[in-house]
Design a protein around this ligand. Structure first.
Ligand SMILES: Cc1ncc(COP(=O)(O)O)c(C=O)c1O
Length: 436
């Protein structure tokens, strides 16, 4: 007989609280204080960075160089948030009004909102039913004469089918911007995600693989011309190349603003935190995350009510942000809401699937854009009625299915194997109790 569930008055599977993520230590405190003690907390004023190249520069420039080396990309451009990092990537490839960008709807809103911020139109693709990632077949069907880019999202740390996506991009001359906000360190055929497409964008928001103090972002690319535009785009449209070359000379800075730009710079406090986190990622953060998710895979694979927990194969190595579990609902007597409620009562950290249908948000349904004319939904560049964005009747079946059959749990590095086993035990207890 199945154990009595905590939600029905039984004993909880997890009785003491599990460690949360993130937790800060003395190294974080020292890192955050460093630029304050140096009286130079701004990207442009600090000169105390230890750049691997030996150049003079700030901690921000050091973080960029170190991140680019770790990532295996030629250039890295730091920014205030992951959303800014995506916007910067689009800006670097001059994607804007009149353009369409194909993006999955099953992702955080920023993956598509960055497209609106750039003045372009997001076109929503469906995902595959077993790995949470954009379906290349769905992409192919959405290409029009306006399509300029694809944003594959490596959701939760799962890895998209990059060979297929890059082949579509090559065929149609499209730019690929990988949204890696949830996938730091995940790899496809031995290359880190973000380094496969034309650009990659990372987030260092509080809950992510690591945080730069609550917010932060990084864009990577191998395209030198795009990288300079990205730096300028991040920085009031400034001629950053010129400014960088003057930095070592401490020369008087001319006022040169070459394009429309934003101020998306990262602070030195954020960069110092990022440098510390990057220094412990490969030896501490990544192996512990992988160990933890693999315990869940081992414990849950083969359970009759589990449809999929195996996202890795010869091509794909995952480092999970949170760990998604796809259920076979035909084997259960209850719906996914009841499953997550019961898991919560057992003390299992969990949540419902994260945002499968972005197109249902008012911003899209009601076309609420910039200004009184709701740019770019209604704009001259986008006035062809046959081409106009229509989100009202959109329904992507695989994205919708995830809403009914998936939840996530945690696998962050502060959790020990004993915690992961307790989590797996709690999950199995709930699934067994609700088995048909
Ligand atoms: C998939 C995805 N893309 C983009 C973002 C945006 O990052 P940020 O919150 O740092 O702006 C996030 C995170 O919140 C995300 O999960």
């Amino acid at each position: 007989m199945a154990e009595k569930l905590a939600i029905d008055g039984g004993k909880k599977a997890i009785t003491s609280p599990l460690p949360g993520w993130p937790q800060f230590n003395e190294n974080h405190f020292a890192a955050a204080l460093t630029p304050l003690k140096e009286n130079a907390p701004n990207y442009w004023t600090n000169r105390k960075g230890k750049l691997p190249s030996g150049k003079v520069g700030s901690h921000g420039m050091e973080y960029e160089e170190r991140f680019a080396r770790w990532e295996g990309s030629k250039f890295a451009i730091s920014s205030a948030t992951g959303t800014a990092a995506l916007h910067i990537a689009l800006g670097g490839f001059r994607i804007g009004p009149g353009d369409e960008v194909i993006v999955p709807s099953y992702t955080f809103i920023a993956s598509s909102m960055c497209v609106l911020q750039a003045g372009a139109i997001p076109v929503f693709a469906d995902v595959k039913p077993d790995d949470h990632c954009i379906d290349p077949k769905s992409i192919a069907k959405l290409i029009t004469r306006r399509t300029r880019a694809i944003i594959p999202v490596h959701l939760y740390g799962c890895v998209c089918d990059m060979d297929e996506i890059m082949a579509i991009a090559r065929k149609h001359k499209l730019i690929v911007i990988e949204d890696c906000a949830e996938a730091h360190g995940s790899e496809y055929k031995g290359r880190k995600v973000g380094a496969i497409g034309h650009a990659g964008a990372f987030s260092f928001c509080q809950s992510k693989h690591w945080t730069t103090g609550g917010e932060g972002g990084m864009t990577v690319t191998d395209d030198e011309e795009a990288a300079w535009i990205m730096r300028s785009f991040r920085d009031h449209g400034y001629d950053v190349a010129k400014r960088m070359s003057l930095l070592e000379l401490e020369a008087h800075l001319p006022y040169i603003h070459r394009r429309l730009g934003w101020n998306y710079r990262m602070t030195e406090i954020q960069s110092c935190l990022g440098i510390y986190e990057l220094s412990r990622f490969e030896k501490w953060n990544k192996p512990r995350r992988q160990r933890n998710h693999r315990i869940l895979v081992q414990e849950l694979s083969g359970h009759p009510a589990v449809a999929n927990v195996q996202y890795e194969d010869k091509k794909k190595e995952c480092v999970f942000f949170v760990f998604p579990i796809i259920l076979d609902m035909s084997k259960l007597r209850v719906d996914i809401d009841q499953v997550t409620k019961a898991l919560g009562a057992e003390g299992v950290p969990c949540g419902p699937v994260l945002w499968p249908q972005s197109y249902k948000e008012d911003v899209y349904r009601l076309n609420v854009g910039q200004g009184r004319n709701d740019f770019p939904f209604h704009s001259r560049e986008y006035s062809d009625p046959k081409q106009t964005a229509k989100y009202k009747d959109l329904a992507l079946p695989n994205a919708m299915a995830y809403q009914q059959n998936t939840f996530f749990t945690v696998c962050h590095p502060l959790l020990e194997p004993k915690h992961m086993k307790l989590i797996a035990r709690g999950i199995k207890k709930v699934l067994d109790a609700y088995a048909k």
